[in-house]
Design a protein around this ligand. Structure first.
Ligand code: NAP
Ligand code: G4F
Length: 325
């Protein structure tokens, strides 16, 4: 039985990846940072019905000693570094912490793997956010990066450290440059989930307005379930490498919003207001990925279309809110 260790196991991707690996017969271990809300921290794992199947270990990406201890205890075959301060807007409010967790945290993981489990295969959660002010209309593995936020700068450091550890120490370390991916388990602060939650609230009469920021930004949105499969596929290759994971279709926040309102037969123009508080100091206007390398080399392609994703998210938020009503 293969053993996997996942950092960020309580997040959206950590939950879906745990589910996938359990289905494949893995023993799944997760790094859990200490929280005062211990009773709700595993909510996503519980939502998927797998909380009791994942073995949780107390540790923190900023504490190398804890990572060394956990890796020594678990002796993983595969390590997925998904833990991060992942909310771009917060990275301007907490730039140093974002660097400590998202950048140095990844370096800590690479060191811990190098020292305690050098034979383990390593996955780094890199991000399309690194393309920032895009240098090519469609972004691939060879497109130059231009980070536009403290988060993106931190991810870029982690990305290059992953490549450096592969080249310096021969670690089987791969980096997935994943474009935005969403699901009913997406954090409520991200725009897609904020929209589907808002739409459900308006439909149920719990609210009348939805305040958003830049409606013109466009993103290449996929489903998290499809994207965790790409992570796993990367670690099944004999040679480590870097891959863009995307759908190849980009739509505006406004379009996502319209689709969500259409799911409940409402007109977004009557409910959406633009609020400056949700604008960013520097914006990533457009992201559009070219996943051809992942298709060619991993045999990966997305199965869930944007319209299906929006339907699923709105339906899940309606169900969730009806229970609270
Ligand atoms: P998420 O839901 O925000 O999850 C982040 C995870 O990191 C949570 O489990 C969080 O724990 C954990 N974490 C935060 N600080 C930590 C620390 N100091 N020590 C240990 N764990 C810590 O993110 P996601 O959407 O699942 O994304 C997974 C990864 O992919 C992230 O690295 C993200 O930056 C990256 N990524 C995401 C996307 C996307 O569209 N979703 C695209 C590209 C890259 P708590 O539950 O305790 O907060
Ligand atoms: O949903 P978002 O906050 O995601 P963002 O900034 O693209 O970052 C996500 O994807 C990255 C991959 O490219 C990940 F690396 C990162 O960890 C995260 O998962 O914002 C998407 C767009 C932005 O252009 C933002 O300005 O939506 C725009 N937006 C408009 N109104 C809003 C809002 N974003 C949020 N969060 N809230 C709004 O009210």
């Amino acid at each position: 039985m293969k053993r996997a260790l996942i950092t960020g196991v309580t997040g959206q991707d950590g939950a879906y990846l745990s589910q996938l690996l359990l289905e494949k017969g893995y023993e799944v271990h997760g790094l859990l940072r200490r929280s005062a809300s211990a009773d709700v921290i595993d909510a996503r794992l519980r939502w998927l019905g797998i909380a009791s199947d994942v073995r949780l270990h107390d540790g923190n990406l900023t504490d190398l000693s804890s990572l060394l201890r956990v890796i020594t205890e678990v002796r993983p075959d595969e390590v997925y570094n998904l833990g991060a301060q992942s909310f771009v807007k917060s990275s301007w409010h907490q730039p140093i912490l974002t660097g400590q967790v998202t950048a140095i945290g990844a370096a800590n993981m690479l060191e811990a793997v190098r020292l305690a489990a050098p034979g383990a295969r390593f996955y780094q959660a890199s991000s399309s956010e690194m393309y920032g002010l895009i240098q090519e209309p469609v972004q691939s593995e060879t497109t130059p990066f231009y980070p536009r936020s403290p988060y993106a700068a931190a991810k870029l450091y982690a990305h290059w450290m992953t490549i450096n550890y592969r080249e310096s120490f021969g670690l089987h370390a791969s980096s997935g440059i994943l474009f935005n991916h969403e699901s009913p388990l997406r954090g409520i602060e991200f725009v897609t989930r904020k929209i589907t939650d808002g739409v459900a609230r308006i439909k149920l009469g719990l609210s009348d307005k939805l305040a958003l920021g830049n409606l013109d930004a466009t993103r290449d949105w996929g489903h998290a379930k499809d994207y965790v499969r790409a992570m796993w596929l990367m670690l099944q290759q004999s040679t480590p490498d870097d891959y863009v994971v995307a759908t190849g279709r980009t739509v505006a926040v406004r379009t996502f919003c319209r689709l969500a309102f259409e799911c409940v037969d409402l007109d977004m123009e009557k409910h959406v207001v633009v609020d400056e508080r949700f604008l960013r100091p520097a914006e990533v206007d457009v992201l559009l990925g070219d996943p051809s390398k992942a298709k060619r080399q991993l045999g990966w392609e997305p199965h869930i279309a944007l319209e299906q994703l929006v339907d699923e998210m709105v339906a899940a938020d309606l169900t969730r809110l009806k229970k609270l009503k």
